[in-house]
Design a protein around this ligand. Structure first.
Ligand code: CTP
Length: 407
């Protein structure tokens, strides 16, 4: 699987004071390798078992312990509300009996517990303790109370414990914790197991063996959509024009094409099996009517370049879609965006159209950010603020989940 980005999420990792904390450096490595952005929070007791320097270095961010860090007379507040809102996932590993008790009873005497109380994201605990402690009725009661609140358990496993006893209480191994988080992203997603066709990037229309007509699309938006869909468990067919990007997920099968005709051929073939198609590629609208077999000589001068239209892939899909199949298009407009996008939505028989308006800073071709408006048949247009293309992909796919649930 190599460096597959199966967990492109912001993870708050709470580390508590148990012997299993010696495995946390490996856990941080496994999370980062899976594509996670990790912020470590430590309880004061965790410092006895693992070095904050190691965790800061591996995560690339200072491991935080105190609500207020006091250095040389200056004080810095580690804002627990902001940290909790930043996170997509809160993972507490290892979770000791003491921390589980405090979590179950709303006690809040450290930064990590303040983040837990503020968190609205999914919360996972990987308990680790000796078997008698794990069997204790009060611990079992605390875990039951946390599960009732929606906290998800990872482990503990049965095996040799630090005490030398054999039994239940071992923290789940780092790679298996990552696998549980990845599985958690898929469970409950309407995209899990669905077949998605996504196209991305520009096309190039040859003039001669050297020259072509192209456009400025980087493919970043389409690749972000493919990664997010695969993260949610979709089986993604990604048809990419000439781009320099990598599709880093085992759930993505990629087909590379160059011209609009190749893009059309590949997409039309894959459309039959798709539950949902998202056409984000900037397909050329015109191509040279004839392609010179040899490089055109400058001296001969350029005659007027005769162009002919390419096939509109999206319109073809709209005309040929079967019942229950969902179709999402993109529209790039410079003026009267919403009116043009609504007209395209209707004409091309789309379920959703994503409108980009060029001209704003940070928007469109080549940027890592985008600002879009989501428009469908029934509801009012939803204007999203400027955000990363990864976050735009999440918003678009949230809408697609609703479309598929109603299919
Ligand atoms: N598209 C396509 N095939 C083409 C051209 C465009 O599938 N040959 C798709 C794009 O992938 C995008 C949508 O159509 O999802 C919108 O493309 P756009 O160029 O904005 O719309 P057009 O229908 O070409 O309208 P116009 O050029 O008049 O704005």
């Amino acid at each position: 699987m190599g460096d597959a980005r199966t967990l492109p999420r912001k993870v708050l990792l709470g580390v508590t004071g148990g012997i299993a904390a010696y495995k946390v450096p490996l856990l941080v490595r496994a999370l980062v390798k899976a594509g996670a952005d990790v912020q470590v929070l430590m309880t004061p007791a965790a410092h006895d078992f693992v070095s904050p320097l190691v965790l800061s270095t591996l995560s690339g961010k200072p491991a935080l312990t105190e609500l207020v860090d006091r250095n040389d007379g200056t004080a810095v507040w580690n804002d627990h509300v902001h940290l909790a809102r930043w996170a997509d996932v809160l993972l507490i590993a290892p979770a000791t009996a003491h921390t589980l008790g405090k979590m179950a009873h709303g006690l809040c005497d450290n930064l990590m517990l303040a983040c837990w109380l503020s968190a609205e994201c999914p919360v996972y605990i990987a308990p680790a303790m000796d078997l008698e402690m794990y069997r204790d009725l009060s611990v079992a009661g605390n875990i039951a109370a946390l599960k009732k609140r929606g906290v998800r358990m990872i482990g503990p496993e049965t095996g040799e414990l630090a005490s030398g006893l054999i039994g239940e209480g071992r923290m789940t191994e780092p790679d298996d914790i990552v696998a549980a988080l990845v599985a958690g992203l898929k469970s409950g997603s309407a995209l899990a197991g669905k077949r998605l066709l996504i196209n991305a990037g520009p096309t190039q229309e040859a003039i001669d063996p050297v020259r072509y007509i192209g456009n400025r699309s980087s493919g970043k938006m389409g690749f972000a959509l493919a990664l997010e869909a695969a993260t949610r468990g979709a089986l993604v067919e990604l048809v990419a024009g000439p781009v320099t990007l990598k599709a880093e997920h085992p759930g993505i099968h990629r087909t590379d094409v160059v011209s609009a005709a190749e893009m059309a051929e590949a997409c039309k073939k894959l459309f039959t099996a798709a539950d949902l198609a998202i056409l984000s590629a900037a397909v050329a609208d015109w191509r040279p009517a004839t392609v010179a077999g040899k490089k055109l000589k400058k001296k001969a001068g350029m005659e007027a370049l005769a162009l002919e239209g390419t096939e509109d892939i999206l319109a073809w899909m709209g005309a040929n879609k079967r019942k229950g199949q969902r179709l999402v298009g993109f529209a790039l407009e410079t003026n009267d965006g919403e009116a043009h996008a609504r007209e395209k939505l209707k004409r091309k028989k789309l379920d959703l159209i994503v409108l980009n308006t060029l001209g704003e800073p940070g928007v469109g071709f080549g940027h890592d950010t985008n600002q879009v408006t989501l428009i469908d048949k029934g509801t009012a247009a939803r204007h999203l603020p400027l955000m990363s293309k990864a976050d735009v992909a999440r918003a678009v796919l949230d809408r697609c989940e609703t479309l598929l649930s109603n299919a």
